[in-house]
Design a protein around this ligand. Structure first.
Ligand code: KIV
Length: 290
């Protein structure tokens, strides 16, 4: 991915691709004036639709659940993340693209993490990686960031630890748990992360992390006080499942639109209304495709 000027975009957005430094710099003078807009993306066409509206596209390991129908994110592999990362980089020219490191690819040791992250960076062209974890991952975050790999942290409800956490409940309800999450975020930020995702915490915990660390917090089920917000794109578009988590706001019902459009297509085919004269090649005509 090039940091050289590439395309013009609307509004106050720069006319080149956003970098991790641009994201971090939003908080350079205390509270982020303009919140950082982030969404997940897994494919080139979706990246293309969202690119000019957002600051950051995260190729989340939620791809396992949203695209592949997995129960959790634990089955996602490095190869899957690399292919989806490549697609999102190809489909975007403006947003900073960050790729999630999948479960098992970075926890064993800083050196193992470096190898996996270096593959993701080299093969996808993304701007950085995201990994889950708190104080136990600080050494790895330092190892990576001091070797040229920008890291986005992820604390609070960390889905790769769903078995350890016993479910997807909001975290930080006791003082001890709240203190732990704040300490986790502080450790990851001090280790060199350029921003930290705070997921599924009670609101005051995310608010206090945002006040304590000097890199941007990106909230999901967290707090309006966070320096930015992220959601799974399919959740806000009505393209994923029937269950909408409390922290999601629906901006469209595209799943229903897909179903309705397919029903009309099916009815046309069954009634021999499709293809019509405009959709067939007459002798001597040249089609757009094929
Ligand atoms: O995998 C993912 O999509 C994520 C976020 C939504 C933060 O980690």
């Amino acid at each position: 991915m090039s940091t050289i000027a590439q395309v013009g975009t609307s509004g106050s957005m720069p006319s080149r691709r956003m970098t991790v430094r641009d994201i971090a710099a939003r908080k350079s003078a205390g509270r982020t004036a303009e919140p950082i807009v982030c969404l997940t993306a897994y494919t080139a066409p979706m990246a293309r639709f969202m690119d000019k509206h957002v600051d950051l596209l995260l190729v989340g390991d939620s791809v396992g659940m949203v695209v592949y129908g997995m129960e959790t994110t634990l089955g996602v592999t490095l190869d899957m993340m690399i292919e989806h990362g490549k697609a999102v980089v190809r489909g975007s020219t403006h947003a900073c693209v960050i790729v999630d490191m999948p479960f098992g690819s970075y926890q064993a040791s800083p050196a193992e993490a470096f190898k996996a992250c270096a593959r993701v960076m080299a093969e996808t062209g993304c701007a950085g990686i995201k990994l889950e974890g708190g104080r136990e991952m600080a050494e790895t975050v330092h190892f990576l960031t001091s070797r040229g790999i920008p890291v986005m942290g992820h604390v609070g409800l960390t889905p790769q630890s769903v078995n350890q956490l016993g479910g997807y409940r909001a975290r930080g309800r006791t003082n001890a748990e709240a203190d732990d999450i704040v300490a986790d975020a502080a450790a990851i930020a001090s280790a060199g992360a350029f921003s930290v995702v705070v997921e599924g915490t009670v609101e005051p915990v995310a608010r206090s992390i945002t006040g304590v660390i000097d890199v941007p917090t990106i909230g999901i089920g967290a707090s309006p006080a966070c320096d930015g917000q992220i959601l799974v794109a399919e959740d806000i578009l009505g393209l994923f499942g029937t269950f909408t988590p409390k922290f999601v706001k629906r901006y469209a019902e595209l799943g229903e639109a897909v179903s309705e459009a397919v029903a009309r297509y099916a009815a046309d085919v069954r009634a021999r209304r499709f293809p019509g004269p405009e959709q067939v090649f007459g002798a001597g005509t040249k089609g757009k495709r094929g």
